[in-house]
Design a protein around this ligand. Structure first.
Ligand SMILES: Nc1nc2c([nH]c(=O)n2[C@@H]2O[C@H](COP(=O)(O)OP(=O)(O)OP(=O)(O)O)[C@@H](O)[C@H]2O)c(=O)[nH]1
Length: 141
């Protein structure tokens, strides 16, 4: 079964993007990722993302344009695997307090090209690559 997940590439005016680290005891604990979560059956991706940002970071943001999707299979501890289809959306940052109230224990703002791929959840790699390409193409900003 494929699990559809939405993630936000939250962009500040200085070009930095927000990444958050999953709690060590969460699924895929310790990986850095773009905040978001699973799409519920009755939700649009945008509504799911707005809800997850509120739940995970306590922020209210406008969900902007779709950026890219990826698919990745994570092995399960008891055997087998789960397949994640991750859909990334750009979200312009609007200054407000951030409180981590979900599956993350840290967050930081990073220039996209300085994010280390070996610390970023594997499903997020194509999203980061798409973000960097988009930011390097001024007509696409
Ligand atoms: N939110 C989020 N999840 C990601 C990303 N990349 C990635 O592989 N995932 C995986 O997608 C799954 C989403 O789970 P989640 O725990 O964030 O979603 P959720 O809040 O709806 O989960 P819950 O129902 O367990 O509370 C996890 O296995 C997570 O590791 C990402 O950039 N953002």
């Amino acid at each position: 079964m494929i699990i559809n997940v939405v993630a936000a590439l939250i962009l500040r005016n200085d070009g930095r993007v927000l990444i958050a680290r999953r709690h060590p005891d969460a699924a895929q604990g310790g990986w850095w990722e773009f905040p978001g979560g699973k799409i519920e059956p009755t939700e649009s991706p945008e509504a799911a993302l707005a809800r997850e940002l509120e739940e995970e970071l306590s922020v209210q943001l406008r969900v902007g344009p779709y950026l890219a999707s990826s698919e990745h299979r994570y092995p399960l501890t008891g055997g087998g695997e789960k397949c994640i289809r991750l859909h990334g959306y750009l979200c312009p940052w609007e200054a407000q307090p951030i409180n981590l109230t979900g599956s993350h224990d840290r967050y930081c703002w990073r220039a996209p090209e300085t994010i280390r791929m070996d610390t970023l959840a594997p499903a997020d790699h194509p999203l980061l690559t798409a973000l960097i390409a988009r930011l390097q193409s001024p007509s696409q900003r």
